[in-house]
Design a binder for this molecule. Sequence first.
Ligand SMILES: NC(=O)c1ccc[n+]([C@@H]2O[C@H](COP(=O)([O-])OP(=O)(O)OC[C@H]3O[C@@H](n4cnc5c(N)ncnc54)[C@H](OP(=O)(O)O)[C@@H]3O)[C@@H](O)[C@H]2O)c1
Length: 273
Amino acid sequence: MATPVPSRVHALVTGATGGIGRGICFALVEQARRDGQAIHVSAAGSQPGERLERLLDELRAAGASATGLGGDITDPAQCAALVARAQADGGDLTALVCNAGASGPGQLADLPLAQWDLTFNLNTRSAWLLAQAAREQLARTRGSITAIASMSGLHPHPGYGAYSAAKAALIMLCRQLAQEWATDGIRVNTVCPGMTRTPLTEAVYQDAETLARREALVPLGRIGRPEDVGAAVAYLSSASAAYVTGQNLVVDGGVADHMLAMIPGRPGKPARS
Ligand SMILES: NC(=O)c1ccc[n+]([C@@H]2O[C@H](COP(=O)([O-])OP(=O)(O)OC[C@H]3O[C@@H](n4cnc5c(N)ncnc54)[C@H](OP(=O)(O)O)[C@@H]3O)[C@@H](O)[C@H]2O)c1
């Protein structure tokens, strides 16, 4: 017997004004359309403003109802306030998408403590606090949490300060939440994007040579797009993933598994039985 599809979706998406966040919002709207559901998107940026207003207009034009929320999620009080305001705007959440995050350059040898704390508070702690605040609502709707980690959370990324450690911790946080909250009917998963072209990374791709060298590293032959990540989140938030929890979905065009293919030279002798 197929899992029943709820008649309405209410998704709170953090970092909605960024590249991947936008992709997630529109993928959720498209998924709801395919599933015949009404959808309300609570789109959160770090602050209210023109970019958020433009996004809301576009989401409404795509058939969703949408409200905008601003708040710095490194502040625990703002995390609780975002979830409360989302509920006031659109009723109980059915999906929480913890997408807001950022990396920054830095060497662990002399990384300032404040930079370490900021990276963990933004990429990791905020997901825990948002999840805590949303738990009762998600238990009532048997909803889901999806957090956006990174391939940097699976493989060390030298020169990016605490980013790899924070994203690795986010993946484990979500696996633990999945175990602790399964009895509440709440599913928790992560998505690990690879190289994705967004405002966060755009400066790198402005250089044609760097773009070509990066593309050459990806088995599927291109840099990722926000809609690639959006599609993964839409799936994990949908009834199609009703039996999927504690999992990490890598959306990277195959790049993270490509290392062994890059080792020069071939074995001299074929294997023998
Ligand atoms: N792009 C990539 O190649 C890539 C690869 C792997 C993983 N990721 C992850 O994917 C997620 C989205 O990245 P992106 O490339 O879409 O980045 P982006 O375009 O820079 O967007 C970042 C979003 O996070 C919000 N944000 C930043 N700091 C915040 C704070 N303190 N409080 C509340 N919101 C805050 C921003 O809001 P404002 O615009 O209002 O400041 C923006 O909406 C991040 O978690 C990132 O680590 C990205």
